[in-house]
Structure formats: structure tokens, C-alpha cells
Design a protein around this ligand. Structure first.
Ligand SMILES: [Fe+2]
Length: 209
């Protein structure tokens, strides 16, 4: 195995973030969030721990340095590491009532002309996704970008920094919205925590220096 095991942290495991299941009602009902958290996100965390739980890599490290892993394990490691990180981005960038951030607003307006235009672009991208995947707002070099990625791929694998993630797998909405994915996408904008998005933006900018 090419991965170096950090003996001091041999018991290192990826831990689940905490999430109150009723925190996003009525946009996302408890049953959906509970199932999503435990049955889906929880599974990715367990799988990742079973695959590579004893290493000292952060999940971002795994995605960026996937070549450190044995070739035959890479796609499974990538899938599950992406599955953990994408869900954490998604769960953490939601809040019961939309929280705007002035600093981020200014940056988004600078690039997209208005916040409404940014939202319009994001929705168009999300509505165009075929199959399972995510729409992300990313930092691509010094600019924002809105991208779709399939399955559990993550922008870090492409040199981009994820700032905001929208889970578009059916398990994220089908139980509640049935086939009305468009409504789920529209409603997502009522529960975004832009403070969290801006925090990620600042962190990524600091890490560049
Ligand atoms: Fe999901």
C-alpha cells in the first residue's frame, strides 16, 4: 500500500458531522433529512473508514492526492471520499432561513451583475443536470464558476474549490418532492447559508497565500 499510515493516529476515523433532522422544515422534511443523513451520508462515512480509515489524510487530501492510493482502490476511494465531502458541504451550507452575506453578495454581484442573476445561472445549471450528481459554486483560480459534476465527483479533483453544493441525487428530494426536482431546486435558495459559503471562500483564499 502506498499510503503512509500515521502510527500516532492509527485509530483515526472519519467522523460524521452533526445535523438536527428537523432543522430545515418545511423545505426539507425530517424524514428526508434523517434518511439522507443516516442511510446515505452515513454509509459513505462507514465505507470510507473501512477503505482508508487509518490514514491521516483529510478528505480533501484524498481527493487531491488520489494517486497515492493503490490503483485498484482508487475509484472506490474517490467515490466514497467524494460522497462524504459532498454531503458535508451540502448539509453545512443549509440553514432554516436563508442567511445572506454582504461580502459574498458584493463578490457575486461583481461577477454575475446581480444576486438574482447568480441564482438564475445556478438554477439553470442544476435543472440541466442529467442523472445523479451535484451543482457546485466553485472558486476556479480567482473567479467563481457554477459547475455540474456526476455521481460523487468533487471539484477538488479538478483543481477547483467547492463553495456551495446542491445534492441532486433522487434520495435528496424524491420522498418529498417526487418528480418535481425543479421545485426542490427553487426551494433550496430559501435555506442557503451564505455565511458558510463566504467562510469557505475566505479559507480557500487564505490557503492560496
Ligand atoms: Fe445525497
Amino acid at each position: 500500500m502506498l499510503v503512509s499510515v500515521n502510527n500516532e493516529r492509527i485509530d483515526f476515523m472519519y467522523k460524521k458531522i452533526k445535523l438536527p433532522y428537523d432543522s430545515l422544515k418545511p423545505i426539507i422534511i425530517d424524514e428526508v433529512l434523517n434518511t439522507h443523513y443516516n442511510n446515505h451520508y452515513g454509509k459513505y462515512v462507514d465505507n470510507l473508514n473501512n477503505l482508508v480509515g487509518n490514514i491521516s489524510y483529510t478528505i480533501k487530501d484524498i481527493l487531491i492526492h488520489i494517486e497515492d492510493f493503490e490503483q485498484e482502490k482508487r475509484s472506490l476511494v474517490l467515490f466514497n471520499a467524494g460522497g462524504v465531502l459532498n454531503h458535508e458541504l451540502y448539509f453545512q451550507n443549509m440553514t432554516p432561513k436563508v442567511k445572506y452575506n454582504e461580502n459574498l453578495n458584493k463578490l457575486l454581484i461583481k461577477q454575475y451583475g446581480s444576486l438574482e442573476n447568480f441564482i438564475k445561472n445556478f438554477k439553470e445549471s442544476a435543472n440541466s443536470l442529467q442523472g445523479s450528481g451535484y451543482t457546485f459554486l466553485v472558486l476556479n483560480k480567482d473567479k467563481f464558476d457554477i459547475i455540474n459534476l456526476p455521481n460523487q465527483e468533487n471539484p477538488y479533483s479538478y483543481g477547483m474549490k467547492p463553495l456551495l453544493a446542491l445534492d441532486l441525487w433522487e434520495h435528496a428530494y424524491y420522498l418529498q418532492y417526487k418528480s418535481d426536482r425543479k421545485q426542490y431546486i427553487d426551494n433550496f435558495f430559501n435555506i442557503i447559508n451564505y455565511d458558510e459559503v463566504y467562510k469557505r471562500y475566505e479559507k480557500e483564499n487564505q490557503q492560496k497565500k
